[in-house]
Design a protein around this ligand. Structure first.
Ligand code: PEP
Ligand code: MG
Length: 315
């Protein structure tokens, strides 16, 4: 019953003292977009476009892609849609793009790095996004995955803007990008932290290994430190710094993230009501105290316990 009650709250995400927190959906298909549009989300914070490329022997054409992007933009009816360019490789292999013989695929040619071996994939995708923008009159936000350096951020932004895409960002999911977030933010309009990969790379622990789940936890204080550094850089630059990894859907983590200065949270749309409630029960100052409690811990388990103990009583 509580879930039903929470689902009825369609207010925009905000802290108890009115600081806005974007609550967005992670999607992979046009059908997901349709579903997300039926819920009270501000928009889509992560459109994982690789879903369009999976289980195919050749890349989808510019026309095929443009049709899907236009459908997604129309479904959301002008709400914000952050489209991530192809993130193939590692846990998302593609028959026609990724090399099957990489010894360390998670450290290999994946995500934006594919521009080194198959630059036409990114060019076609950006052209298709620009087509969809022209056709619908709706401007998507566009971001690249697996950016490691400010130069990569600049190169991606240059390519995207050359196609007429105006709001350009990158994912921060490689520790180097988090450590150098200020220089990266100087090149782009926004950043979005991918906490699944950020935790994997900070902790040097394969995200698909169940045995390592305690190490790869987002609650590891070292991971929280890098999120804090990135959010701080966003605030200093006056640019959005969101989180689109699965951790954003945990209501306790969501309060911590808001306390660290994260400006939006993107998650599976089913998680939004509980996150909206948890965020709305804390002022920004209280969220900062919850974040400080987590950052002060020396293990993942202690960090979560400390955050829970610092939450407002009704959450
Ligand atoms: C992440 O790495 O946290 C992320 C959002 O992207 P993906 O899970 O698709 O790698
Ligand atoms: Mg990722």
């Amino acid at each position: 019953r509580l879930a039903a009650q929470l689902a009825e709250d369609t207010s925009a995400g905000a802290t108890a003292d009115g600081v806005p927190v974007g609550l967005l959906a992670n999607i992979g298909t046009a059908a997901d977009a349709e579903r997300a549009a039926g819920t009270a989300v501000e928009g889509v914070g992560l459109f994982r476009t690789e879903v369009l490329f999976l289980e195919r022997t050749t890349a989808p054409t510019r026309e095929e892609q443009a049709a899907v992007y236009a459908e997604v933009l129309r479904s959301l009816g002008g709400r914000k849609v952050v489209v991530r360019t192809l993130d193939a490789g590692a846990d998302k292999p593609l028959a026609f793009a990724t090399q099957p013989d990489e010894e360390n695929p998670a450290l290999g040619v994946r995500g934006y790095r594919l521009v080194r071996t198959a630059p036409e994939l990114l060019e076609t995708q950006l052209a298709a996004l620009a087509d969809a923008q022209r056709e619908t009159g709706i401007e998507p936000w566009v971001m690249a995955p697996m950016i490691s350096t400010p130069d990569e951020a600049r190169d991606f932004a240059t390519s995207a803007r050359a196609h007429g895409l105006t709001t350009v960002g990158v994912m921060v999911e490689v520790p180097a990008a988090a450590l150098r977030a200020e220089a990266i933010l100087a090149e782009v309009d926004f950043v979005s932290m991918g906490t699944n990969d950020l935790a994997q790379y900070v902790m040097a622990s394969d995200r698909l290994r169940g045995e390592l789940s305690d190490l790869i936890s987002m609650w590891q204080p070292a991971v929280l430190d890098l999120v804090a550094a990135t959010a701080r850089a966003g605030q200093q630059a006056g640019k959005p710094a969101g989180v689109c990894g699965e951790s954003a859907g945990d209501p306790v983590m969501a309060v911590v993230l808001v306390g660290l200065g994260v400006t939006s949270l993107s998650m599976s749309s089913g998680s939004v009501p509980a996150v909206r409630f948890a965020v709305s029960r804390h002022t920004q100052e209280q969220a900062r105290a919850v974040a400080a409690a987590a950052l002060g811990a020396r293990s993942a388990t202690d960090a979560r316990a400390a955050a829970v103990a610092a939450l407002a009583p009704e959450v």
